[in-house]
Design a protein around this ligand. Structure first.
Ligand SMILES: C[S@@+](CC[C@H](N)C(=O)[O-])C[C@H]1O[C@@H](n2cnc3c(N)ncnc32)[C@H](O)[C@@H]1O
Length: 348
């Protein structure tokens, strides 16, 4: 954490100078304002700004070990792009609470946290959002406790093209212990992250603490993962009578109210929970079966007994060939599964 602390303290006057945007605290409660606005694709390459990568010295296996780097390396293939739709949706949900564009300046840009950022899908969506482009100055802090993601993210940032006035900083950071001062961010995103925190309420408290008064947090967790239902369908067919593969952390968060309650316990008074439908698309049946069997292995360890991953791959592939109500077919032989997420929006 040495580097992070150094950077934060060095920047504390300039970057984390506190300022509130009065208009935001006068806006009506979330429950009256939630709506979805359209988000447009990227247009136009702009100047690049580089910020330094920072690392912590955290040492747990999950954060730094082989499974963590494998998780990061294969992440985009395994998500099948379902997180992109969630990212654009979350951005749309926070728009009613953004401060006026005139309130942001070079000294005090619009400050956004991409928490548990993974490979910067949300950050990328922020950069391409037309309404966010209206802010002359934007600073994005993209943090994750998986060092492999953060190492890779610096390369992604270097390759991104974005306009003058935008800065992005990526750092290794635990969502339950954010190394930011109080009252810093205008907007805080945690997409598909909080369910992985050992103490999610602690994570919610950190979001609340680091938001400016009037600031807004937007999160997603999974309500229904389509490929899990498909896996169970295959298991019933291929291994009748045997226990279905369980995903305890997904099940715990699938229930209504869990995300909203976590935010309330974290200090948010004004919370709205809703849902959004997305799809995970894979390259054909083989690609889908490979990706899903790897994901299952990664999430719950080897199962289906000896040679479990290969057996599961074969079972899934045959199941897809046979067709199922639970899968969609897209252009170019793509295979898709519906992914339904909870969204939670809370204001400080
Ligand atoms: C499913 S991925 C989501 C990544 C990204 N937000 C997205 O939408 O694609 C979950 C992320 O949460 C991160 N994560 C898990 N526990 C965390 C913690 N305690 N603090 C910070 N990040 C954490 C993981 O490293 C991983 O990048």
């Amino acid at each position: 954490m040495k580097n992070i602390s150094r950077i934060l303290s060095r920047q504390s006057h300039r970057v984390f100078h506190r300022r509130q945007f009065p208009t935001i605290s006068h806006s009506p409660p979330i429950s009256q304002k939630i709506h979805t606005t359209s988000v447009h694709p990227a247009n136009g390459a702009k100047n690049k700004i580089r910020d330094p990568i920072t690392k912590s010295t955290m040492t747990t296996m999950y954060q730094h070990g082989p499974s963590a780097s494998e998780f990061a390396r294969t992440y985009n293939d395994r998500t099948g792009g379902c997180n992109i739709r969630l990212a654009t949706h979350l951005i749309a949900l926070v728009k009613p609470y953004l401060p006026p564009t005139t309130a942001a300046s070079a000294a005090e840009p619009l400050r956004i946290l991409d928490n548990a950022c993974g490979p910067l899908v949300l950050t990328n969506a922020i950069l391409h959002d037309e309404d966010i482009k209206a802010y002359a100055n934007v600073h994005i802090s993209a943090v994750d406790f998986n060092e492999a993601f953060i190492e890779n993210n610096q390369g992604i940032i270097d390759a991104m093209e974005y306009r003058k006035g935008v800065t992005i900083q990526t750092a290794v950071m635990n969502g339950m212990d954010l190394k930011f001062p109080d009252d810093v961010f205008d907007v805080s995103f945690t997409s598909l992250g909080i369910f992985a925190f050992p103490d999610p309420v602690k994570g919610a408290r950190e979001l609340y603490r680091t938001l400016k008064p009037g600031g807004v947090a937007a999160l997603t967790t999974w309500k229904r993962v389509g490929w899990v239902s498909f896996l169970h369908e295959v298991e019933r067919r291929v291994r009748p009578g045997e226990a279905l593969t369980q995903f305890p952390f997904l099940e715990a968060w699938s229930v209504p109210g869990k995300l909203a309650e976590t935010l309330r316990e974290g200090g948010f008074g004004d919370v709205v929970e809703d849902e959004v439908v997305s799809y995970a698309w894979f390259e054909g049946e083989e690609g889908a079966a490979r990706s899903l069997s790897e994901t299952v292995e990664m999430l719950v360890g080897r199962n289906w007994g000896e040679g479990g991953k290969e057996k599961m791959y074969e079972g899934l592939r045959r199941g897809m060939e046979g067709g199922s109500e639970l899968m969609r077919r897209g252009d170019g032989g793509k295979v898709g599964f519906e992914m339904v997420a909870w969204t939670g929006v809370g204001r400080k």
